[in-house]
Design a protein around this ligand. Structure first.
Ligand code: ATP
Ligand code: MG
Length: 353
């Protein structure tokens, strides 16, 4: 992500806020606000907390990247935002507001019409969930009709054409079945379905993971163009550092359900949290001369047996006494908001680590 792009996003946000003439609530409200959100799965009668005390605001025109190892809670967080938690998961604390409305205060019917029009999601592995016996236009028609049963045929046709144009798929392919399309095209179709009501907020969960790098890039370029054009707020979930870095304005690193670092500069010289540093050391970089490539010893913790204090402390190279005792609080340092005792306590005391 370049400084220019970050600055453009900030400028765009400010411009939008200044220029819009709609109601004050419409203009000033951030599209997505999470306050102290925790989500737990019930496992054998016990709570496995998969998302822990996450707070974040995504601004209009901003792509917010969410990075983390498998199992760190990225999808759970996205499902919580959509109020689509399943498998015994529930919001145990916190608030989630989309366009100023608390998603968990809505009646089911209101929520149903609110979703997809105001916020939609590209699900992890969604391209594999396309129904093999329905054509692309049937998928789209179903989605349109389920939210607007009285929509006319010409309107359906127009809207299908518009979203196919948006994702660069030939209109003729509307008649194709999923198996007649390449992986990249299927993923574009999934994106087109998510965009069918033109929502201002979009969640994308590993949208390009199964695709080769060239197709990934092409789709991401498209996402960026659509997003910038419409000033959408996007939560972009991935475990691919370089991908997220190239598309997001800000990035959060998740570990065991917590956002341990939120930064607008994801490079070796700018990150601070020992976990982020460890992840970055595991990635080969052409221009990072002198940086040794190695992994992080150990593996992510079992949610039912989370280590005390900072959950990362058993794997942390910088561990010291307070790390096993208490959870670190968030601290702002340079470009980052970090949860790490190293930056708030006296690191001289290594005695009981
Ligand atoms: P990935 O990169 O593999 O998609 P993720 O970061 O999206 O991983 P989640 O799918 O949100 O991770 O899972 C977070 C944690 O919640 C994991 O430890 C997972 O084992 C646990 N989890 C997910 N679904 C359930 C479930 N139905 N019951 C119990 N625990 C679950
Ligand atoms: Mg996931």
């Amino acid at each position: 992500m370049t400084t220019d792009r970050r600055q453009n996003a900030r400028d765009a946000t400010v411009r939008v806020r200044r220029a819009e003439t709609g109601s004050a609530t419409q203009t000033m409200v951030d599209p997505l606000v999470l306050k102290n959100v925790s989500v737990a799965y019930s496992v054998g009668g016990r709570d496995a907390v998969a998302v822990s005390n996450v707070s974040l605001t995504i601004h209009r025109g901003e792509i917010f990247g969410l990075l983390g190892e498998s199992g760190s809670g990225k999808s759970t967080l996205a499902f919580a935002v959509m109020r689509l938690l399943q498998g015994g998961a529930r919001l145990i604390e916190g608030e989630i507001s989309v366009l100023g409305q608390n998603v968990y205060d809505m009646e089911p019917e209101a929520l149903r019409s609110f979703r997809w029009r105001n916020i939609s999601m590209v699900f992890q592995s969604a391209m594999n969930a396309l129904n093999p016996v329905l054509t692309i236009e049937q998928h789209m028609e179903d989605t349109l009709r389920s939210h607007d049963p009285t929509i006319s045929r010409p309107k359906i046709r127009d809207r299908i054409n518009e979203v196919l144009d948006l994702v660069n798929i030939d209109r003729q392919r509307a008649k194709s079945f999923p198996h007649e399309l390449s992986g990249g095209m299927k993923q574009r179709v999934v994106l087109a379905i998510a965009m069918i009501f033109n929502p201002p907020v979009l969640l994308m969960d590993e949208p390009t993971t199964a695709l080769d790098v060239v197709v990934q890039r092409a789709i991401l370029d498209q996402v960026r163009t659509i997003q910038a054009d419409r000033q959408m707020a996007i939560l972009f979930v991935s475990h691919d550092f370089s991908l997220v870095r190239s598309i997001a304005h800000r990035i959060a690193i998740m570990y065991a359900g917590r956002m341990v670092e939120v930064t607008d500069r994801l490079d070796h010289s700018a990150v601070h949290h020992p976990y982020t540093e460890g992840l970055m050391r595991a990635i080969p970089e052409l221009d990072a001369s002198g940086v040794t490539i190695d992994g992080i010893p150990g593996s992510p913790p079992d949610l039912l047996k989370l280590p005390s204090g900072c959950a990362f402390h058993p794997r942390c190279p910088d561990v010291f006494k307070p790390c096993a005792v208490s959870r670190p609080v968030s601290t702002q340092l340079d470009h980052s908001l970090i949860e790490c005792h190293k930056f708030t306590m006296n690191t001289e005391d290594h005695s009981d680590a």
